[in-house]
Ligand binder design. Structure first.
Ligand SMILES: [Zn+2]
Length: 300
């Protein structure tokens, strides 16, 4: 069976596995990214890669990496903010060397989710799609005219750092007024004065007006960002995933309300489908794996 080697670089762990074309994950190993040293981290990652590749009865045709940003898909380097050992780390070269695979492609983690949802999840059948992740930050990925679009450096779809409030709240990226500065789970929690979004959602569930207001504010700003994305790219589908969607019972109706309100302003797109991601927590790993199948002559 043909499979691809999939690597998903997240905030606290690096998931390594094999992914089939139908999105099945085989032989998954999670590597702790908070290792004591870069040698320890790289050693554990190399062991995990070799171990999953030793799975019997498979042919590994290529590798795909989805990584927390920013990435540089031309140089093949990553700079994940939560993994201090890896600064300008050439993960593509590392994986090529350890795995012996010639084709190793890298994309952003949110792009990986968007691609997985487009191929196998809520975005199936879409032609112009944006997939977004609402979590501690906000990321996104884009499919245009039915093809995965990564942009010049691999960071297309970074909706979290599109500016919607001139001179607005300071964002972790250094700009002011980014969508993420209002709409991430972390910033909605900060607005309410809670440690995390789970606490906001739980307070909102029990009718806390301030918690509902914090979610309303975050969702309203995200809806503006989505409006801009639709206006720029004439999208037909938006898929929303990420940790905040674990509380979709309180979050989703509010986001839908603000999105529909904003969309009334645009007169050209007709119905833009706003959908919940369906592939769950493995979507990043699956998306990375699917990208690993793309032939080297195609731009991943
Ligand atoms: Zn920003």
């Amino acid at each position: 069976m043909n499979v691809s080697l999939a690597i998903d670089v997240g905030a606290t762990k690096v998931a390594v596995g094999l992914v089939t074309l139908s999105g099945q994950v085989l032989a998954r190993i999670d590597v702790n990214s908070k290792a004591g040293s870069i040698a320890e981290l790289n050693g554990s990652l190399a062991d995990a890669i070799k171990s999953v590749m030793a799975t019997p009865d498979v042919v590994v045709v290529g590798a795909g990496i989805g990584s927390a940003g920013p990435i540089d898909n031309v140089k093949g380097t990553i700079n994940p903010v939560n993994i201090p050992h890896w600064v300008d780390f050439s993960l593509v070269d590392f994986v090529r060397e350890v795995s012996g695979l010639a084709s190793v492609r890298i994309i952003g983690d949110a792009s990986a989710l968007a691609y997985a949802e487009f191929v196998l999840g809520a975005g199936r059948g879409a032609t112009n799609l944006m997939g977004i992740v609402v979590s501690t930050g906000i990321g996104g990925g884009v499919v245009l005219n039915g093809a995965f679009h990564v942009g010049r450096t691999g960071n297309a779809g970074m909706i979290g750092h599109s500016v919607v409030v001139q001179g607005g709240n300071e964002c972790a990226c250094g700009q002011r007024g980014c969508v993420e500065a209002y709409s991430s789970g972390t910033n909605m929690a900060k607005d309410f004065g809670a440690a995390n979004f789970e606490a906001v959602a739980s307070a909102a569930r029990s009718g806390d007006g301030a918690a509902v207001a914090a979610i309303e504010k975050g969702a309203a700003v995200l809806a503006l960002g989505l409006l801009n994305a639709v206006a720029l790219m004439d999208l037909d589908t938006i898929v929303v995933g990420g940790g905040v969607m674990l509380a979709d019972d309180v979050y989703w109706p509010i986001l839908v309300k603000h999105f529909e309100k904003e969309m009334k302003v645009l007169n050209f797109p007709g119905n833009v489908a706003l959908k919940k991601a369906t592939l769950g927590k493995d979507s990043g790993l699956v998306g990375a794996g699917l990208v690993g199948f793309i032939s080297p002559t195609e731009r991943a």
